[in-house]
Design a protein around this ligand. Structure first.
Ligand code: NI
Ligand code: MN
Length: 220
């Protein structure tokens, strides 16, 4: 499995014939080094409708004709724009060609009136990835320990989401094998030192922090 960090909260995950893209914020993303046209996802996942997550999802979905996995309220809006959206919702698991996507609660606005933001638990080729979306720290994350998460992608930017200290608490609750920080340094209010976060995770736990620069890949 190849996990590529595009920047901010956008990742691609490739395994066999499948290529997922999560929160495809690319054209407006100062950190992104790729172009929307370079991407050929088989599945698009969008955690909520804020611009730094919804990003280029509509253009990408129309171009590639692949499905967008998101919560119901945003799914409805996307369908109105001619996009094929799979509207699961919090707590629900949706079967996919590669395995499944489970929608997990995120403490954050949806970016629409009504609805919820979410995170995703992606089961792909026997590996489990948790992408938290935008969220504050919540004790619900303790529930993720039972999911046997291989890789957790957690926001550390503070201001809009958890900061490094709370993300450290989240890591202890989730107990993944690896943690990848995200949602930092894209904009001035979320400036953080991912190396300091990584060091504190190493000091507190046996969990391996993986800090990726935009464009870098982690192979699992
Ligand atoms: Ni947001
Ligand atoms: Mn955000």
């Amino acid at each position: 499995m190849k996990i590529n960090f595009i920047g901010h909260s956008c990742f691609t995950i490739e395994e066999e014939d499948y290529s997922l893209i999560i929160d495809p914020f690319i054209s407006g993303n100062p950190a992104a080094k790729v172009k929307v046209d370079d991407l050929k996802p088989t599945h698009i996942l969008v955690s909520h409708a804020h611009g730094d997550h919804l990003g280029d999802a509509v253009e990408l979905a129309k171009k590639t004709k692949v499905k967008v996995y998101t919560t119901n309220e945003l799914g409805g809006e996307l369908r109105d724009e001619g996009v094929d959206a799979v509207s699961g919702h919090i707590g629900g698991k949706v079967k996919t060609e590669f395995g499944s996507i489970k929608y997990f609660q995120a403490f954050h606005g949806s970016g629409l009136s009504g609805g919820f933001a979410c995170g995703f638990i992606i089961d792909m080729g026997g590996k489990k990835i948790y992408h938290a979306g935008d969220t504050g720290l919540t004790k619900d994350m303790e529930l993720l320990a039972d999911e046997n998460i291989d890789v957790a992608m957690l926001p550390i930017g503070d201001f809009y989401t958890m900061g490094p200290e709370d993300a450290g608490k989240a890591v202890k609750m989730i107990k993944p094998k690896y943690v990848i920080p995200m949602h930092y340094n894209t904009f001035p209010p979320i400036k953080q030192d991912p190396g300091a976060f990584a060091n504190s995770v190493k000091q507190m736990t046996q969990i391996k922090p993986i800090v990726l620069n935009p464009g870098e890949t982690f192979e699992l």
